[in-house]
Design a protein around this ligand. Structure first.
Ligand code: ADP
Ligand code: MG
Length: 715
């Protein structure tokens, strides 16, 4: 099997010669652009709306809309769209032209404040989990001022994209943005309460910052086009590993191949144009696997940016005769792809709350906020785990490449020791040989100079001034993981604030809170190798949940504790949580259903005919050889082995089909997803086992599609 020569050359990129500094943000209606183009008072209003201090008025929206329109049209835009995040996990857009007929055959290009702040897409075809029936299809999109508008350029022309939140006619959240924004508000409220008790009088708002590291694979488009499984499911449901996998570890951080370099260059340019600060790029562990990481931003903008990063990877890849694979596990036997969600909390006046700092006050603040995260991660481990529960990510979690399904926090030796000492009522820590810091009359152990140990196996690692949540899957929207994190930490900070506000001696209270909280929740802290079997046992002894199945993990969404948590912080209602639960279960079932369908189809229509005719050609060879009295033992033996395996493949396929029909008939969403997880998945593995065994013994050119060798090593 070879690639059709010449059709997959990359490099025909019309790169602008514009210097990067000029190019950067040229298609982004950023605050810098607004500052330049808007009247001063209007720009100030927008800043206040972004900071959550004011509501947006129609008057202000009118001025911004006119300015946005002129800016976009000046750059060739013909359309605008409210760009949003429905519960499909993807983004959605419906383009409207700016044109408005004048009545005499001409047109004006118009865009009103109303059109900027509110859209009314027909919401009936997006998943709503029963929140909205088709007869009441109306939903609204509302401008999210915290994420900048941008221009998208493709074959449809240039479109002004306005990031929006999507809600039903009755105000329920139908997307991933609404709860995210609400969770940021909730966290901000509680964090500010805590900061006030610590004597902070200047910060007005706390927001979360996020920097996602995006992993992906690239494969040659010619090979991709010959793999219906990749086309239809994003992953290979068949494929024997070639003699070489990733064991030499020669790809990680290796020199970037020319064709990939060309792709990366254009990817960076495209991202920079829309104001996404793409910063780091490198080869990842698996062959043909790569990573791109932008500089972090506020979570809302970071969520939008990450969706654009994924979309741009795919778009640019196609222009280079490549296909970008964002699936969590495109290939069995080599690493899958994740998305490290680097998360921190910052104040509007520039303070990173997870920055240990150098003076006693910032040390105490750091320890308090860090303790809050430990407590939140321990108490809401199931919820946080569930934010990564998808059928695709299930291939990674618990396997030997991604963090296990057990949530634990890594702090590194020195910090853990300090927190342990506080929990035990001791001061000091080995790292600073018993040094202490005074806060008021009480003292806390001094923090070591360098707190940023490294641990690559932890699902939730402290990395110096941020936490890195590593369970997130590569194709996922990061909105949900961040929403759940925010609301969990908001709850704990709220409880801390209650205690602090009531305390007469704040310093003593700080120490007591850290002490009590950490003593109770330090069982979630683990600094060792998370990929080891011992950890699984140890975690069990500690009573930490280990929910391997995505379907089981999702159940936490409808538990009463979860409902109370989300309702207390006004992030999601019981009804909204239930609808999400159903949507995610359904999505799980649908995805496995498609994969199983593709497995059956490929086994029957591609592999079986190919191997049968190959076996019979071997048998014919054997007969012909016998006819001339030559030795034919090898031909006969191989023909029989292949024919036997083909028979087994046929049988396993039939079994899978029967199981699939049964699963399809299950009414209850949970029971159905369970069946897909426990019956269909193993059934697919059995079919695959036979097919992969066949692939290893059938002639290369008799195999019906390109194999792992082409997909993973040829670029
Ligand atoms: P590491 O080596 O720990 O992975 P990097 O500097 O490579 O750290 O950063 C990885 C990602 O973390 C980048 O996207 C970076 O912008 C992001 N990041 C750095 N600081 C913060 C922060 N305070 N909040 C959120 N993300 C951050
Ligand atoms: Mg990292």
């Amino acid at each position: 099997m070879s690639c059709c020569e010449g059709c997959c050359r990359g490099g025909e990129v019309d790169f602008t010669e514009t210097p990067v500094a000029e190019l950067y943000g040229s298609n982004c209606f950023s605050n810098a652009v607004m500052r330049e183009r808007l009247p001063k008072n209007i720009y100030k209003e927008i800043l206040a709306v972004q900071a959550g201090e004011k509501e947006l008025t129609l008057e202000v929206a009118e001025v911004v809309a006119a300015s946005m329109r002129d800016w976009a049209i000046g750059k060739g835009a013909s359309h605008y769209t409210h760009w949003f995040h429905p519960l499909t996990g993807l983004t959605a857009e419906k383009h409207d032209a700016f044109i408005s007929p004048t009545g005499d055959g001409g047109v004006l290009l118009e865009f009103s404040g109303k059109e900027l702040i509110k859209g009314e897409p027909d919401a009936s075809s997006f998943p709503s989990g029963g929140l909205r029936a088709t007869f009441e299809a109306r939903g609204y999109t509302a401008w999210d001022v915290t994420s900048p508008a941008f221009l998208k350029q493709d074959k449809t022309g240039t479109t002004l994209c306005i990031p929006t939140a999507f809600i039903s006619y009755y105000g329920q959240a139908l997307d991933k943005k609404v709860p995210l924004l609400k969770s940021i508000d909730a966290l901000s409220q509680q964090a500010i309460r805590v900061l006030r008790t610590l004597g902070n009088t200047t910060s007005k708002r706390v927001f979360t910052t996020v920097g996602p590291e995006q992993e992906y694979f690239l494969v040659d488009k010619c090979f991709y086009d010959q793999r219906p499984d990749l086309i239809l499911t994003g992953r290979t449901v068949f494929g024997a590993l070639p003699a070489k996998g990733q064991e030499l570890e020669d790809h990680y951080f290796g020199a970037i191949k020319e064709r990939v370099a060309d792709f990366m260059r254009e990817l960076n340019y495209e991202l920079w144009k829309v104001g996404i600060p793409a910063k780091t790029q490198h080869n990842e562990v698996a062959p043909n696997q790569f990573e791109i990481a932008p500089i972090y931003a506020n979570s809302s903008a970071a969520v939008d940016a990450n969706q654009l990063v994924m979309e741009t990877i795919r778009g640019v890849a196609r222009r280079h005769g490549l296909e970008g694979l964002l699936h969590e596990k495109p290939f069995a036997g080599v690493n899958g792809s994740g998305k490290h969600n680097n998360w921190s909390m910052a104040t509007d006046d520039g303070l990173n709350l997870f920055d240990p700092g150098e003076d006693p006050a910032s040390n105490a603040r750091f320890l308090l906020f860090a303790a809050a995260v430990v407590e939140a991660v321990d108490r809401y481990a199931l919820l946080i785990r569930s934010s990564t529960a998808t059928s695709a990510n299930e291939h990674r979690l618990g396997a030997n490449e991604a963090p296990p399904a057990i949530i634990s926090v890594f702090f590194g030796g020195p910090l853990t020791e300090i927190l342990d000492n506080i929990a035990e009522g001791k001061t000091g820590g080995k790292a600073e040989s018993g040094a202490t810091i005074k806060i008021g009359v009480t003292s806390l152990p001094a923090l070591p100079k360098d707190v940023s140990d490294r641990n690559r196996t932890s699902p939730f690692a402290f990395t110096g001034n941020k936490f890195e949540f590593r369970m997130v899957g590569s194709s996922q929207s990061i909105a949900t993981p961040n929403t759940y994190l925010n609301v969990s930490v908001a709850q704990v900070l709220g409880e801390f604030a209650d205690k602090l506000e009531a305390a007469s001696n704040k310093h003593e209270a700080i120490q007591n809170i850290i002490k009590e909280s950490y003593a109770k929740h330090r069982k979630v802290v683990f600094n060792g190798n998370n990929y080891s079997d011992e950890w699984v046992l140890e975690a069990e002894r500690r009573g930490l949940p280990n929910v391997r199945s995505a379907v089981d993990a999702l159940q936490v969404l409808i538990r009463s504790e979860t409902v109370s948590l989300f309702e207390a912080h006004k992030v999601l209602t019981k009804e909204e949580l239930e609808s999400r639960y159903h949507i995610y279960l359904e999505k799980y079932s649908k995805q496995v259903n498609i994969e199983a369908g593709v497995t059956i189809d490929l086994a029957r229509r591609y592999i079986f005919p190919a191997v049968s005719s190959y076996a019979s050609s071997l048998a014919q060879d054997a007969a012909a050889l016998a006819g001339i009295g030559a030795s034919n033992a090898a031909q006969s033996k191989r023909a029989k082995r292949i024919a036997d395996l083909a028979g087994e493949l046929f049988e396993e396929t039939a079994k899978l089909e029967t199981a699939l029909t049964e699963a399809q008939g299950i009414e209850d969403a949970f029971a159905q997803a369970k069946a897909y997880c426990e019956k269909i998945r193993p059934g697919m593995d059995s079919v695959r086992g036979k097919a992969d065994a066949l692939e290893k013994i059938v002639a290369k050119d008799a195999w019906p599609f390109p194999g792992y060798e082409e997909l993973l090593f040829k670029l």
